[in-house]
Design a protein around this ligand. Structure first.
Ligand SMILES: Cc1cc2nc3c(=O)[nH]c(=O)nc-3n(C[C@H](O)[C@H](O)[C@H](O)COP(=O)(O)O)c2cc1C
Length: 250
């Protein structure tokens, strides 16, 4: 009887281990239910003054089809500020929280296995109700935390190999990734997945900009070390896209 119990116990342990491994491979967090439905995927925390963002809108004036049709890279911006509501909408479209249901929050962009390596920083120059500075976006709180004060748009332009529109735009989103979040699940394969995650988020920003009658462009040509220095990125966080945003100029 004792041997039968031990065998049954071992079978149970193996079954639990196998199902955890399968769930993990599928990107489902088997602990989510036990944790009260809370998302456990990481987010880098920043110390500093926090600004709550206006809630993102769920409806707009431009259809998805029109936004896809109209989308073009914009490389000239009018000398006008962005509103905080526009910045809020753009950040949310990239990586904000979407369905907050029983299985935990999901995000605006798809991510391999739900590992969400993406982080977003904002280099703000002329944004109404937001002082110039570098901010980190929190998708959990839908807020911005100031990393450092000051207008860094010209330094950002220089890091982007002098591309003029980067200094001209009222603000730029910078999409970065903490590779480790994806690498610990996928190993080397994660190196292929991370740029795919970034691509989805970048396209969301492009289409959302169209929806707000704004313009943007993906900037991938930059000096990695110079950009990391401006943004004060710690080791393990790599920049992928700089996306200057503003009202299209001439
Ligand atoms: C990965 C990537 C990197 C890019 N880097 C730059 C860049 O550094 N500077 C720039 O002006 N455009 C850049 N672009 C924008 C492309 O030049 C642009 O998407 C392409 O010419 C097609 O034009 P469209 O976006 O107007 O359709 C980049 C686009 C991608 C996808």
């Amino acid at each position: 009887m004792k041997t039968v119990n031990i065998v049954l116990f071992l079978v149970l342990v193996i079954l639990v281990a196998v199902s955890f491994q399968a769930a993990n491979r599928l990107g489902v967090n088997p602990l989510r239910g036990l944790l009260g439905g809370r998302e456990v995927t990481g987010e880098l925390e920043a110390d500093g003054e926090e600004t709550a963002l206006p809630p993102p809108a769920r409806a707009g004036e431009v259809s998805v089809e029109e936004a896809i049709f109209q989308r073009r890279s914009v490389r000239s911006f009018a000398d006008r500020p962005l509103s905080l509501a526009e910045v809020s909408q753009l950040l949310w479209s990239a990586a904000g929280k979407t369905v907050d249901g029983v299985t935990g929050p999901t995000r605006a962009h798809p991510s391999a296995g739900g590992t969400y390596p993406l982080e977003i920083l904002l280099v703000a120059g002329r944004v109404e109700d937001l002082s110039p500075g570098i901010y980190r976006y929190s998708w959990r709180n839908h807020s911005l935390t100031k990393i450092k004060p000051g207008d860094f748009r010209d330094e950002l332009r220089q890091a982007c190999l002098g591309q003029r529109m980067v200094g001209q735009a009222p603000a730029s989103l910078v999409l970065t990734a903490v590779a480790e979040r994806a690498v610990r699940r996928y190993g080397e394969r994660a190196r292929r997945y991370i740029p795919m995650d970034i691509g989805g988020a970048g396209q969301n920003v492009h289409l959302q900009a169209e929806g707000l009658e704004l313009g943007t462009v993906i900037v991938g040509a930059f000096n990695d070390e110079a950009l990391k220095k401006i943004l004060e990125l710690a080791g393990g966080e790599e920049p992928f896209y700089v996306m200057p945003v503003g009202r299209p100029g001439r």
